[in-house]
Design a protein around this ligand. Sequence first.
Ligand code: A2P
Length: 273
Amino acid sequence: MNEFTPIVQGSAASFAIPAGVFAQTVTAVEHFTDRLFKFRITRPASFRFRSGEFVMIGLPNAEKPVYRAYSIASPSWDEEIEFYSIKVPGGPLTGHLQKIKAGDTVLMRKKPTGTLVNDALLPGKRLYMFSTGTGIAPFASLIRDPDTYDKFDEVILTHTCREVNELKYGQQLVAECLEDPLVGEFATGRLRHYTSVTREAYPFTGRITDLMASGKLFEDLGVAPISPETDRGMICGSMAMLNDTKATLEGFGLVEGANNKPATFVVERAFVD
Ligand code: A2P
């Protein structure tokens, strides 16, 4: 069988879609800063994923498309697929992706995967989601999934960025989640959003690792320090942030889990950087 099936007749050009890839249409794009934007695409009817997973995406305009791993930011019940992205000037994918508009085509490989899923954690009372920068994306999916609230009484989403304006996506996300007709009633009173900034003045400043080491995070939230009896963690950020946050959680007695071996915390890199 031919590896390429010509399907899409675009207005400018027609191109072949590689086997194992969906070609989807961009439905909305929103730019938050000159470095950050979100976009939504149509969802193929046959595409299934677990909230928190990632998928490879690319653009059809190159002879050989460049694919990058992107966490799906929308929940598994959503009719569309949302992504939250950084813009890297001259970046092989994001250099082009940042220019997409509604109606454009995005390629998405068919197989989602990932460890930031509820199944990889043992049940607990409170779930912490630790994120920096675009690492908030998988949690944008999970906080909008009713299953998360079935499994945990309380969900604490922490988001740390260099600058205040980089918190915007998360602030809008949480506000919309609380108003959402499907998830709002689960999230209200149980989803807490803790934001901090490291390179500007803001009511809460400092890296999440330092805020845990000093105990300030727990004081600010009015909760006891993390304990393996009650607390679970998910981490998504840069490699350095993952390593340091993982060490902090291990210091509290939590143990890293995986899909085939659920435990008390899980880790995934925020890929595009
Ligand atoms: P800082 O400004 O002190 O570097 P980045 O864009 O580099 O991924 O950073 C996003 C956020 O993550 C920043 O607030 C940054 O703080 C913080 N950060 C960077 N490295 C670490 C780390 N090793 N542990 C915890 N937070 C980190």
